[in-house]
Design a protein around this ligand. Sequence first.
Ligand code: FES
Ligand code: FES
Length: 180
Amino acid sequence: MKLSVNGSQVDVAAAPDETLLWVLREKLKLTGTKFGCGMAQCGACTVHIDGKAARACQVRMAAVEGKKVTTIEGLLPDGNHPLQRAWIEEQVLQCGYCQSGQIMQAAALLRETPRPTKAQIVQHMNGNLCRCGTHGRIVRAIQRAAGGLGSSGCVAPCSKAVSPWPRNSRAATSSPARPA
Ligand code: FES
Ligand code: FES
């Protein structure tokens, strides 16, 4: 089956009903894309297909034949994408498991909306869960990458102490309570 992965043409032995996630991880050894829920509910497996964010755990190989797939390894070959720099500057990571999916989801937003509002960021990222609770720093990193942070490091009004993540029903049932 032929497709483009991170700018290279690949011909991979895969059944049409295999999921893209497992082909990426097991056959192409691109393990930056993570398995979380396997049900399109967490975003850990987010990649780009023809420039759009997609949940690789739900995409069958038949659907990507001839298309362009980009994983976190191919976002920018030297790992110097503005989002990756912003992620470091905002010290977003905790365990890191969800973060490649978060960055790929964010990159899709900035491609279409280079200067998103905070509300647009929150809405776009709402389906990407983080059990470590890094959502506030994720929003700030996206704002930083988009050039939306002032010299104080704050947008107006300063959002440093504010959790920007709306609790939808899915997030509410998936997020563990913080220990006291
Ligand atoms: S593993 Fe694909 S959305 Fe959770
Ligand atoms: S950083 Fe641990 S799950 Fe997001």
